[in-house]
Design a protein around this ligand. Sequence first.
Ligand SMILES: [Zn+2]
Length: 350
Amino acid sequence: MKAAVYEGKGQVNVREVPVPDLGEGEVLLAVEACSICGTDLRTYRHGDRKITPPRILGHEFCGRVVESRSPDAGIRAGDRVVMYIVILHGSDRYVEMGRANLSDHRTTMSYHHDGAFAPFVRVPAAAVQQGNLFRVASDIPSDRMSLAEPLGCVMNAHSRLGVGLKDTVAVLGAGPIGIMHAAVARLQGAQKVYVLDSNPGRVDMARRFDIDGALLVRPDGSHRDEIASLTGGFGPDVVIVAASSAAAQNDALQMAARAGRVSFFAGLPKSDPIAPLDVNQIHYKELAVSGSYSEKRSDFQAAFTLLQSGRFPADRIITHHLPIERITEGFRLMESGEALKVCIMPASQP
Ligand SMILES: [Zn+2]
């Protein structure tokens, strides 16, 4: 089969690899859709210490079961499934508190196991046993369901933000993740939802969604005055940073209303994680700042259900569909901001 194999920094090559052989308890999926994640792009450009090449990337996927060697009768050939990609190998206090995403006893697809930028992907036995495969209703398109994984990550951040009817919300970063945050905030009943970005093309794209405004981030900081006046002079109650930038983190702290909540959803590059922040904004305004990493099973379940309901604008967030051979073009489209989500549609031919 032809797969997109990460072979080191700057190298994702589409080449022939064997179709995976199944061991006891494992399941083979024919991949119908696998969306490109920001982390796939980051691994391609900068490498990742946690990934030992060669490795097939891609962890936001929907596939059809072609073979199951699992005793679990719930998973049968022909089923279409999405996967919660956190796989546990033991337990600890974080698993016990329902936060498996923070456990050291976890492995994930495309990091420790080959991912789904390939016609076929093997699901490890532990994942099948832990119930990580979620069966998709037959009439729901696979590209849409490939967003269950990133939307679950968004839900994880929202599980600490508790956005509701009393809140105004600003999202910094109008990439696919920023748009997902805005859409979730809207669904949760936020009074006003604004999205900000420094790329004018992305600001234009954001306006296609059900939000109250998309603002251009300007070097002179005038966007902060703009967002203040749009929120009664107070600033947003909730600010979500969905851009990997210290400037955006500072913007968030400065624009948040007093007693506001700020999510540093996006981290900074691992090579440059130290940033000067005006922490007095946290102190004097009594801000609650939270981080977010990966997702809990309950987040994935919520994302899965929301996508199946059709109430989430997934089909508009996916702007491009490409065959596997054009994956590096997909990376470029996401980088330039021309695309929101790019979905790879692998041909299911060995
Ligand atoms: Zn992802």
